[in-house]
Design a binder for this molecule. Structure first.
Ligand code: HEC
Length: 170
């Protein structure tokens, strides 16, 4: 330290090292900021499915669930109900900006009842809980000003290329 005090050249060297490292840090910050800006732009332009698209997927699985359950194809029914739950989870994740998302919880208990019916392989309670589920779809549509969108018990299987009665009855 005594040497430093006596020698102004050392002061100059220390100062230039200090400024050099500041300048370096500034450059790193600038480059990070550029990367953040470009990521933000990328995210803003990336595709996010909307509420209606998730609903269209739920519509298909709701329909398949009916034919799987009424054919007592319990394995397929369990699969279809999980697909509905996944779409509902996706709505929670991707549609937080939609006020309707807050109404989703009303469907939890009807889904649980169907799950129970599937686990018990009970056809009549499956049918009853499916009716309750469908009523809940419509209750939410009414609550969210989409009451014109009426869901009903399906009458014909949605796809001709999928077998709904189980190949091996469980
Ligand atoms: C959180 C409340 C809520 C619940 C529960 C709900 N929906 Fe919806 N549904 C909506 C809203 C809101 C829309 C309008 C979405 C949009 O803006 O595109 C919609 C739209 C739909 C559409 C129209 C999609 C289209 O493009 O034609 C169908 C079909 C649909 N729902 C089926 C169902 C079925 C089947 C269920 C029950 C298993 C269900 N929904 C449960 C809120 C709900």
């Amino acid at each position: 330290m005594i040497a430093v005090k006596k020698n102004p050249v050392i002061y100059l060297i220390l100062l230039s090292v200090f400024f050099y490292s500041c300048n370096d840090r500034q450059k790193t910050i600038q480059s990070l900021q550029l990367q953040i800006d470009s990521l933000q732009k990328h995210m803003a332009n990336s595709y996010k499915p909307g509420f209606g698209e998730f609903m269209s997927s739920i519509q298909v699985h709701h329909e398949k669930l009916w034919f799987a359950g009424t054919n007592q194809n319990w394995q397929l029914a369990a699969f279809e109900i999980n697909e509905i739950k996944e779409s509902l989870d996706d709505i929670q994740t991707y549609c937080q900006d939609r006020p309707e998302t807050k109404s989703l919880s009303m469907i939890v208990s009807p889904l649980d009842s169907i799950n129970q019916a599937i686990e018990q392989k009970n056809l009549s309670s499956f049918k009853n809980s499916f009716i309750t589920l469908t009523t809940t779809c419509n209750n939410c549509h009414q609550a969210t000003e989409h009451g014109f969108n009426v869901i009903r018990i399906p009458t014909t299987p949605p796809f001709s290329n999928q077998e709904f009665s189980s190949a091996q009855k469980q």
